[in-house]
Design a protein around this ligand. Structure first.
Ligand SMILES: Nc1ncnc2c1ncn2[C@@H]1O[C@@H]2COP(=O)(O)O[C@H]2[C@H]1O
Length: 406
């Protein structure tokens, strides 16, 4: 699909969202919220408001999607690079002779190139790997920020259950904080280029405008990390988000005092440490350098002001949907959040070809709404319909293979 035409479609879909949105005026929203607050008398008003608005956003999205499925035919697709599919049939979407073209645009998700992390099998942490006297400044993980007031975003379900949270609430959303003073750590051109390389393929840094992007680069601090450094300790207070320029890291989680289990590894291009900053919670995992490494650390205030809103909105928005997708059901909530980070929505019109049989693909698609038909060329050159996919159905991968729905 041509970029310009895709942009037009995305704009069209934005208008559809806007049309759904205009039914309640600003003052009505505030009046309704005020009524709810009077009725519920919440002890944490800020948290209540955050939950209230997130609930409204979820309702709005649900309304949009149900409206969509009734009069729009098409697919939501997602794109990610993990190779999940091993089917052997190539596929092709074509205008079906019986499909009715209603002139509407239909939404599709896309995955941007992935942040580098690889989920590995669980095994107990070797305590000897942890050097307590590492050169990394652990105090940075424990100091200062408890005095800075930060709003509590509603955490994803099952996240941080039963844990103490640590930081009090800010009065306004970070992006609206007029008093914010930008962090600027002077850097050479070489350092700037290295940061760009480190975050270039990271989903969390997509969709930043130029100013935001420059603010992030200015705020990042270089950290040289020797092998064995415990960069993050589970349960500690968090004040930095980290992007990996070079080297490798293992991430361990200990539950109920049991031996830590390795849940994921990171390499150049990966990132970690966002959860404690987003949800004002203790660090959810321990992260240890498994080689000498270089990290770029982004302070909590800059992370929250620039990266948090989009990240948390996407994770919240796609949480329920991804939980329904048969292929992803066995994933843990955090793994689904990482997938949500990578989702991009793309809208297709009825009859659009999404991928062509035989193309080399780099995308993996999940249908959120609408319907997609799968065609294969028979030996005699005929187009044969071999499958019809609906919400939760998926296809794509390196060789455009498809999988029947579970
Ligand atoms: N399964 C997981 N659950 C929680 N955190 C994880 C998981 N896998 C990786 N992490 C990362 O480990 C980090 C530890 O610090 P944070 O809690 O700030 O953010 C966490 C995530 O970035």
């Amino acid at each position: 699909m041509q970029l310009a035409s895709l942009a037009q479609r995305l704009m069209a879909s934005a208008f559809q969202f806007a049309a759904v949105e205009t039914t309640t005026s600003y003052s009505e929203i505030l009046e309704n919220l005020e009524r709810e607050i009077q009725r519920e008398r919440p002890s944490d008003v800020l948290q209540f408001c955050a939950d209230y608005f997130n609930g409204k956003l979820a309702e709005q999205r649900q309304r949009f999607l149900s409206q969509d499925s009734s009069d729009i035919s098409g697919v939501f697709s997602t794109k990610f690079r993990i190779m999940l599919l091993d089917g052997s049939s190539a596929f092709d979407f074509e205008r079906h002779p019986h499909a009715t073209s209603n002139g509407h645009t239909s939404p599709v998700f896309k995955f941007a190139p992935p942040s580098r992390s690889s989920i590995s099998s669980d095994f107990p942490m070797d305590q000897s790997e942890i050097d307590e006297d590492d050169e990394f400044d652990h105090d940075e993980e424990h100091d200062k920020f408890s005095t800075a007031a930060i709003p509590s975003m509603p955490p994803p379900s099952a996240y941080n259950r039963g844990r103490r949270t640590s930081v009090s609430a800010e009065s306004i959303a970070p992006s609206q904080n007029q008093d914010y003073v930008k962090t600027v750590i002077p850097k050479s051109d070489d350092q700037k280029q290295r940061i760009q390389a480190a975050i270039g393929n990271n989903f969390l840094f997509k969709n930043l405008d130029e100013e935001q992007y420059n603010d992030v680069i200015n705020a990042m601090a270089e950290k040289k990390v020797p092998k064995g450094t415990k960069v993050i300790e589970q349960g500690a207070v968090g004040d930095y988000f980290y992007a990996v320029e070079s080297g490798t890291f293992d991430c361990y989680i200990s539950k109920n005092g049991e031996a830590p289990i390795k849940v994921v590894s990171y390499e150049a291009g990966g990132s970690f440490g966002e959860l404690a900053l987003m949800y004002n919670a203790p660090r959810a995992a321990t992260i240890i350098a498994t080689s000498d490494a270089v990290l770029w650390a982004l302070d909590r205030v800059t992370f929250r002001r620039i990266l948090m809103e989009n990240t948390s909105r996407k994770r919240k928005m796609y949480e329920a949907f991804l939980g329904e997708v048969p292929l992803l059901r066995s994933l843990k909530p955090y793994e689904r959040h990482k997938i949500a980070d990578a989702l991009e929505s793309v809208y297709y019109e009825d009859g659009d070809i999404i991928v062509n049989e035989g193309d080399v693909g780099d995308s993996f698609y999940i249908i959120e709404s609408g319907e997609a038909r799968v065609f294969r060329t028979t030996p005699s050159g005929e187009q044969q319909e071999v499958n019809c996919l609906e919400r939760g159905g998926y296809f794509g991968g390196e060789y455009n293979t498809w999988c029947p729905q579970a």
